[in-house]
Design a protein. Structure first.
Length: 120
């Protein structure tokens, strides 16, 4: 109920920019769908900036999607662009983003080890 109230308060002022953090987190599927319908209807003439962990939500609501990991931008584009670039591949073909995540994780582990060493 609090999430719905927060969304309503954000939209009621007819502001040009609305920021929503995980607007459908914790909602049941029917409430999520109703919220998506509401946001679709309210986005004309506005910028709605939302954070989400649900890729289906980002795909449905986003005109542009930004994917971040570790506080850094990983990729940005329309849902169609991102699907074409990073979407499902044929069996046996490695996805480019999987390799990028592995490299990022390796670099992040090294960075953390260096920071711990410097702190000692």
């Amino acid at each position: 109920m609090k999430r719905k109230l927060s969304i309503g308060i954000g939209l009621i002022g007819d502001s040009k920019v609305v920021m929503l953090d995980e607007p459908t987190s914790g909602m049941d599927p029917s409430a999520r769908r109703a919220t998506w319908d509401l946001l679709q209807g309210e986005k004309r003439g506005r910028t709605i900036l939302l954070t989400t962990h649900f890729m289906d939500e980002a795909d449905l609501l986003g005109d542009r999607i930004v994917i971040m990991a570790g506080g850094e931008l990983q990729c940005c584009g329309s849902p169609l662009f991102l699907k074409n670039k990073y979407g499902e591949r044929r069996e046996g073909e490695k996805e480019e983003w999987v390799e990028r995540v592995k490299v990022w994780e390796r670099e992040e582990r090294r960075r953390r080890r260096r920071e711990k060493w410097v702190e000692r």
